[in-house]
Design a protein around this ligand. Structure first.
Ligand code: SF4
Length: 340
């Protein structure tokens, strides 16, 4: 059996397993153009930007890009463009200054009562606006020794109530590894909640396996999954099914999004996003203004414009579907809400 065949663990309905999908994403412009019916010569693609932060899109997500649409909001989130190379003052490689809070390999302790673990440096998709696009994941990979140090750290600090699995994408890791970690965390008496920040239920919905749901349901910790979708078109029936599997396992599901110029910066797009998110089973949580990460300035929306947009959004959605407009300010002990 060759490597590809081994990886292709087909399920009954013959859709490739999530592992196969994760290992076989679109990673070059030619394949992306072919799949989305775009003319390669009409795209402001930057090879340099691609070298710095590789193009990566799972087929399940690329299938939701409208064929032949150069301005498709899903396409623009993943396409390395020449605009990324322009220099803007105030944009940095570590906009949230997380290095100072990176107290142990793989552990960031920024907020009281919560620690964040960078469980996996891998993502299924490379989002061009990602504030961790320059994060030194290789220096933060969690092996057996690092994991023991993390468990010791959490055990020793009874003020920690919540562990957040982040990344990269924490669900890029295997169920077997997750199972061990979740069981060990569940044995820590002062821990109450486990939160998983992941884009995988949206970009490869098949990732929400029965085994994953069972381990979350059987944990003594209250489990939350915070998905990340920025546009209504990111939701389809497969995403809806994935989220219902989580909800059947008593997991609370929330969505957080980033306000992105040219992608979701209108009242119509925002309204559609939060309605689609709710319909699929995720309550809108945060709408973040862009973190000023180098290479993403072309997505930025000024605060005033964001606040005006939210004021209008409040008039067309019930309160429970309006996310909190927020930004993260380095050194602050919580997210900062923008008044609307
Ligand atoms: S960490 Fe999240 S936002 Fe950043 S590239 Fe990965 S999936 Fe996208």
């Amino acid at each position: 059996m060759n490597k590809d065949t081994q990886a292709l663990i087909l399920t009954q309905d013959t859709e490739p397993s999530w592992q196969y999908q994760l290992g076989h994403c679109i990673k070059d412009l030619e394949s992306l153009c072919k799949f989305t019916a775009l003319d390669i010569n009409k795209i402001a693609f930057s090879t340099k930007a691609h070298r710095e932060f590789q193009l990566k899109v799972p087929y399940a997500y690329a299938a939701r890009i409208q064929k032949g649409n150069y301005q498709d909001p899903l396409l623009l989130q993943v396409l390395p463009q020449t605009t990324e190379l322009e220099y803007y003052p105030g944009y940095s490689t570590d906009p949230l200054e997380e290095a100072d809070a990176n107290l142990l390999t793989g552990l960031i302790h920024k907020y009281k009562n919560r620690v964040l673990l960078t469980l996996s440096g891998a993502c299924a998709i490379n989002c061009r606006y990602c504030f961790r696009r320059h994060f030194p994941y290789s220096e933060n990979s969690i092996g057996a020794d690092q994991w023991l140090a993390i468990i010791d750290y959490i055990n020793a600090d009874s003020s920690i109530e919540e562990v957040i699995f982040s990344g990269g994408d924490p669900l890029a890791t295997s169920d077997k590894r997750l199972q061990k970690m979740i069981v060990q965390l569940g044995d820590i008496k002062h821990l109450q909640r486990l939160r998983i920040h992941t884009r995988l239920p949206v970009v490869i919905p098949k990732r929400i396996t029965e085994q994953l749901c069972e381990m979350l349901q059987s944990s003594p910790l209250q489990c939350l999954v915070v998905i990340h979708a920025n546009h209504a078109n990111e939701f389809d029936l497969d995403v809806q099914d994935a989220l219902s599997r989580l909800k059947q396992a008593q997991v609370t599901v929330l969505n957080q999004a980033v306000l992105l110029k040219g992608i979701n910066d209108t009242v119509i797009a925002q309204k559609a996003l939060h309605l689609a998110s709710f319909k699929a089973g995720a309550l809108p949580y945060y709408l973040f203004v862009l973190d000023k990460v180098q290479g993403a300035a072309h997505f930025n929306i000024e605060d005033q414009q964001a606040q005006t947009l939210m004021q209008k959004l409040q008039c067309v959605l019930p309160g429970y579907l309006v996310p909190k407009l927020a930004r993260e300010i380095p050194g602050k002990p919580h997210k900062t809400l923008l008044a609307i």
